[in-house]
Design a protein around this ligand. Structure first.
Ligand code: NAD
Length: 352
């Protein structure tokens, strides 16, 4: 298995393979780019079928964080780590302490946070061995979902302005797929502005809550993506824009919190061809990482949320560029991110 020849290798600065026989830790830390600052990214724990799969995930996710941080205007680069193991069976104090020690060896080049399979208490154990952690409850900002939902709401407003010429969301129909942490807070903001809500979830109690509190209409999970709405907001799973759903989409806008909404990159162009405006997922769902970047003893909630609100203008810039270049918004977002993190390198060289 070659790292440099790997299909997901994209000039990553550093890839660390970690093995601690005493605790059974096997992990990979990937640092993609630190031009804008130290790498920030979550740690994922997953029972990968092979080491190769774990490497693929680490490289891909680390690169994604570089782009996300650059467009969120953070002074952070991109990194990510993966622990090979089953989060239901293989967690232990020794394992997370060993992981913390590996993070510490990087001397701050990588800051670890939670991700799939890793919760706040796990990161708190790592914090016993390293200062380079984010998103922990002591001195941290807690649940990032309200901030993520606020960013998605601001992104939906930008998309409605650009695609529908609408300054307000009142009277617009929005399909929210998944009313869990982010979906719930998003529904609250949309309802407050007078949007009509269609919702789907596989958890009845989550549905009951948004029906009761916001008067949302329930739709079957398999029908929500293609419902007759103005805006489709995927807030559950990834890859819901795919060959099956795309021809049947009735929304004019796709804008939600889910990661990796496009099943394949080519679906960005397919949305454009159909006249559907797509708010690239990693831009619109950056509220959580933005809020985490503000945490610390001087945390100022209004300043942090004002930063999240900038997602609105970033998306407008991406939409305008995509129109001018006649390319998919997903491609325009990537190009803008690249300008921002490569530009950071150029500025650093000039200053030296
Ligand atoms: P969550 O688990 O709290 O909510 C997801 C909801 O989707 C749950 O209520 C679940 O029952 C529902 N769901 C699962 N399968 C479904 C299906 N087939 N149809 C309809 N609903 C279904 O997760 P969350 O924290 O709200 O995150 C939602 C999405 O946003 C995820 O893709 C996540 O990766 C992404 N995201 C979240 C944050 C954050 O701050 N929480 C930040 C960035 C991205």
């Amino acid at each position: 298995m070659s790292v440099f020849e790997h299909v997901e290798f994209d000039g990553h600065e550093q890839v660390v393979f970690c093995h601690d026989p005493a605790s059974g830790l096997k992990a990979i830390i990937a640092i993609h780019n630190t031009n804008r600052g130290p790498a920030l990214g979550g740690c994922r724990m997953w029972p990968y079928a092979s080491d190769e799969d774990a490497l693929t995930d680490a490289l891909r996710l680390a690169r994604g964080m570089t782009y996300k941080s650059a467009l969120a205007g953070l002074d952070y680069g991109g990194g990510k780590s993966v622990i090979i193991g089953d989060p239901k069976r293989d967690k232990s104090e020794a394992l997370f302490r060993a992981m913390g020690r590996y993070v510490e060896t990087l001397g701050g080049r990588y800051t670890v946070a939670e991700d799939v399979g890793i919760s706040v208490p796990d990161v708190e154990v790592m914090a016993k061995e390293t200062r380079h952690v984010a998103g922990v409850s002591a001195g941290g900002v807690g649940d990032p979902s309200p901030a993520t939902a606020y960013g998605v709401y601001m992104g939906i407003k930008a998309a409605a302005k650009h695609r529908l010429g609408a300054e307000k969301l009142s009277g617009l129909r929005v399909a929210v797929q998944g009313v869990g942490h982010v979906g719930y807070y998003l529904c609250r903001r949309l309802a407050a502005e007078g949007a009509e809500l269609l919702v789907a979830d596989i958890a009845q109690d989550s549905l009951d809550r948004v029906v009761k509190e916001f008067g949302a209409h329930v739709v079957a999970p398999e029908a929500i993506a293609t419902a007759a709405v103005d805006i489709y907001a995927p807030c559950a799973l990834g890859a819901t824009v795919n060959d099956e759903t795309l021809p049947a989409l009735q929304a004019k806008i796709v804008a939600g919190s889910a990661n990796n909404q496009l099943a394949e990159a080519r679906h960005g162009e397919a949305l454009r061809q159909r006249g559907i405006l797509y708010a690239p997922d990693y831009v619109i769902n950056a509220g959580g990482v933005i809020i985490i970047s503000h945490e610390g003893p001087n945390y100022d909630e209004s300043r942090a949320f004002a930063h999240v609100a900038q997602i609105h203008d970033t998306l407008l810039e991406i939409f305008r560029r995509a129109d001018a270049m006649k390319v998919a918004t997903s491609l325009a977002a990537d190009r803008l991110a690249e300008e921002r993190f490569r530009g950071a390198a150029a500025k650093a060289t000039e200053a030296a």
